[in-house]
Design a protein around this ligand. Sequence first.
Ligand code: TLP
Length: 345
Amino acid sequence: MNRFIDLRSDTVTKPTPEMHKAMFAAMVGDDVFGEDPTVNTLQEKAARLLGKETALFVASGTMANQLSIKAHTQPGDEVIIEAGAHAMNFEGGAGAVVSGVQFFGIPGNRGIFDAAQVEAAIRIDDVHFPVSRLIVIENTHNRGGGAVFPLSKIHPIRELATQRGLRMHMDGARLWNACVAAGISPAEYAEPFDSVSVCLSKALGCPVGSLVVGSKDFIKRVHRFRKMVGGGMRQAGFLAAAGIYALDHHIDRLEEDHRKAKKMAEGLANIKNVLIRQEEVETNILFFDVSRAERTAHEVTADLRKKGVLVHPTAKTRIRCVTHMDVSFADIDQALHVIEGVMKG
Ligand code: TLP
C-alpha cells in the first residue's frame, strides 16, 4: 500500500507547492508587537471578506470559538447552542473552564434550528435562572452532516436576539463550504452575527490557523484573552501567508469537494448493508450507518484501514467521511470499492 485515502477529516489537507512558495516568501515580524505585515494583511483581508471591522488570527477553531464565547459572556451566563454543536461537545469542556458559562442545547434537525426554538430556550428574568446571553450557530454543521444553515432561518433568530438583548456568534469553521453550496457571500452570511470564527486549516490546505472577526471593541477583548491563554504567536506571517493564499485560491474549488461527497454518497447507497441518506449530503461531510451488517463502526473502520482507507467512527454504528482537496475522484472510486469489499465481510 503506497498511501492512505484519508477521509477522516478535511483537516488533513496539506499545503500545495504554490502555498509552500507563498509561505517561504512571507515578510514576517513580531506579531505580539503587531508588527507582522503578513498577519496584518490576512486579518484585514478576512475582515473585508466577512464585512466586519476587524479580525484576529488565532491558532485553531477551538481557540476562535472559546475566546469569542469568553468575550461575549460573564461567568454564570448561558449560551444557547445546538445540542450536537462542536463548541459545546468537542472543545474539552472549555466553555465551563475558560468562560464559566453553561450551555443550553437545542435539539436541531441536522444541526439546524429556528427562532421559535431559541425563543423557548431564552430564560426569563428570575434569580433561579442563568442569564441567556449568547446564541451560537454552527455553519456548516459538522455532526449535522455538513448541513448548510439557511440564511432565511438566521434572520428571524437575529431579530429575536436583538429584541431580547442577546448576542450572536457563528462557528464558521466550514463557512466557506456553506457559502459555496448556498451561493451566499461570506459577508452576507456574517452580517447578522456579532462575531464569526472561520478556519483556514479545514479543506483549504493551510497547516494552521483560524480567525475571529467582529467589531473593534469585541476583537480588542478577544485579543486580550488570546494573550492570557498564550495564543500570541511571533513570526506567524509564515502561517498567515498560507491563509492569504488559501483565501485567494482554494475557496471556489470547494464545489469540487461537494461533488466528490455526492458521488461517494451515491456509491455508498448501492453498497449492501450500508445505510445512507443520500439526499442529505449538501457539502463535503457525509455519515453512513453499518448496523445492518451487524458490525460496529470501529470494526469496519479497522478493516478499512488495513485496506488503505481511513474513515472516522463517530458512534456505535455510524461512520463519518469528509472529502477534500487531497482526495481525488479516482480515490473516491477506490474507497467505494474497498468499502464494498469490507461490507461483504
Ligand atoms: N472539527 C474537527 C475535529 O473536531 C475532529 C473535524 O475533523 O471535524 N468547529 C467545528 C464545526 C469543527 O468541525 C471543528 C473541528 C472546530 C470548530 C475546531 O477546530 P480546531 O480543530 O481547529 O480547533
